[in-house]
Design a protein around this ligand. Structure first.
Ligand code: NAD
Length: 469
């Protein structure tokens, strides 16, 4: 059994005041492999006080000091890649390609923040004024389970680059990843209180951070429902807020798409991170004139996707993170059937050869229209919908007919760029799945508020001050 007993406040590992024990599960075996002792609101208060005390000195550090600190963080996190790999397989069930990326990414995202920090001018001119970018204060950073270590490092690196200090509330379900990252960050030797890590429940620790008057900024990644609660809680003290929330992203296959290129991209976009990705392209919009051909090609591709043991090198889809998440996905598959969608591949239940563990069958629905629940709500599992359209205008209208607006993909020839221009989403990928870390990342509409990554991500922790005369 792996027991995680301490949190991190003011440069030290300490025993929390909170005494609740929370089970850590291996989703591939549905067995408990450890426990974490959770922080409570009192621990959150202590962490906020430490970050507040550390703020004036950190806010006044020169850029070179921050870059040096981030470089030490990078080196320490990069050195934990093997440990992180084991944790993301055991604790999260990430299969081979994804787990390798999840183990590398926490260090990479710190390196990306260093590059962005180097490019920022903290003082600029605007007419007669000198404009100075000022750090906001204590930042509360709240992360989800689907890429916990990456989100901790990405948010923390941006906050520290800006001159903020931080209180991090990681997902309580990812305590092992958090512990590995915390040990690395401790080794980086930053001044005490500059960052503090309090693993606890959302409705206690998360709630305290999002209401506390000494927290000036919240950066949250998670569900749209929790994002709304945080936005309300933050209002009383006018916190600046960055919210990275859910999605129901469209993949538009255009009339002239080359299917040999488009089908693998559409399937990868839909099934990334075992379908537990905010950016997953789960609505596949296809021209009615090519529906039969595309249905058949997609069905063949989805049927070939292996869902099962995350340690098997051929596995592309691992288990859902929890029983709750497994039941949620099963519920949506049933709902799709009840609402009249046709299962082309997959369906309810577990894939053949799996008995224990929260495995789901990669599922492809056809005969879906955009008002069905499975086309409107975020499922957060490997469930894709094929939605036919008559012409380009209708394709764009369907793509935009959603509360969400996080990501989209357009697959096709000459018209692809023009279609991309008309999609309401924070990011549109045209014939590619490649991510650009220098570009802003975030959502339109209910997919979020503000942007992360690149210089936009660091500016989100600062406020401009104009000095005249
Ligand atoms: P969640 O909203 O349940 O939890 C996210 C975090 O918020 C956790 O740390 C949780 O403990 C905390 N939390 C819960 N209630 C809280 C409250 N009242 N106050 C403060 N904090 C609270 O989300 P999840 O289930 O962990 O993650 C899945 C969701 O995250 C999906 O909806 C997905 O789309 C979204 N997500 C978005 C992005 C993005 O960048 N846009 C990336 C990954 C995941």
């Amino acid at each position: 059994m792996r027991n995680i007993e301490q949190i991190y406040i003011n440069g030290e590992f300490v025993t929390p005041h909170g005494s609740e024990r929370f089970d850590l599960w291996n989703p591939a075996t549905a067995r408990v492999f450890g426990q974490v002792r959770l922080a409570d609101s009192q621990d959150a208060e202590r962490a906020i006080a430490a970050a507040k005390a550390a703020f004036p000195a950190w806010a006044n550090t020169p850029k070179a000091t921050r870059i040096a600190a981030l470089q030490r963080m990078y080196a320490a996190v990069a050195a934990r890649q093997d440990a992180l790999l084991e944790a993301v397989i055991e604790e999260y069930g990430a299969p081979a390609a994804r787990s390798a990326w999840m183990a590398r990414y926490p260090a990479e995202v710190i390196a990306q923040a260093i590059e962005a920090l180097e490019a920022i001018d903290f003082t600029t001119r605007a007419g007669a004024a000198t404009v100075q970018l000022m750090p906001l204060g204590v930042a509360g950073l709240i992360t989800p389970w689907n890429s916990d270590a990456g989100f901790i490092c990405g948010k923390l690196a941006a906050a520290l680059a800006a001159g903020c200090t931080a209180v991090i509330k990681p997902s309580e379900m990812s305590a092992w990843q958090t512990q590995i990252v915390t040990e690395a960050l401790h080794e980086a030797g930053l001044p005490p209180g500059v960052f503090n890590i309090v693993t606890g429940r959302g409705d206690t620790v998360g709630d305290t951070i999002s209401r506390h008057p000494d927290v000036a900024k919240i950066s949250f990644t998670g569900s749209t429902q929790t994002g709304k609660a945080i936005l309300r809680n933050a209002a009383d003290s006018f916190k600046r807020v960055t919210l990275e929330l859910g999605g129901k992203s469209p993949t538009l296959i255009l009339e002239d798409a080359d299917l040999a290129q488009a089908i693998p991209l559409a399937v990868q976009a839909g099934f990334m991170n075992s379908g537990q990705a905010c950016v997953a392209g789960t609505r596949i919009l296809v021209p009615a004139s090519r529906k039969a051909e595309i249905e058949s090609a997609l069905a063949q591709a989805v049927a070939a996707v292996k869902s099962g043991d995350p340690r098997h090198p051929d596995t592309e889809i691992g288990p859902m993170v929890s029983e709750k998440q497994w039941l949620r996905v099963q519920g949506y598959i049933r709902k799709g059937i009840d609402e009249g969608a046709r299962v082309l591949v997959g369906g309810e239940g577990r894939p053949e050869g799996t008995e224990k563990g929260w495995f789901v069958r990669p599922t492809l629905f056809s005969d879906v229209h955009n008002q069905m629940t499975i086309a409107q709500e975020e499922i957060f599992g490997p469930v894709l919908c094929i939605i036919p359209y008559r012409d380009e205008a209708e394709a764009i209208a369907i793509a935009n007919d959603t509360h969400y607006g996080l990501s989209a993909m357009v697959l096709g020839g000459a018209r692809a760029g023009s279609v991309a221009q008309q999609i309401e989403a924070g990011r549109v990928l045209v014939n590619t799945l490649t991510h650009e870390p220098k570009a802003p990342f975030g959502g339109f509409k209910h997919s979020g508020v503000g942007r992360e990554m690149g210089t936009w991500g660091i500016r989100a922790y600062m406020e401009p001050k104009s000095i005249l005369g």
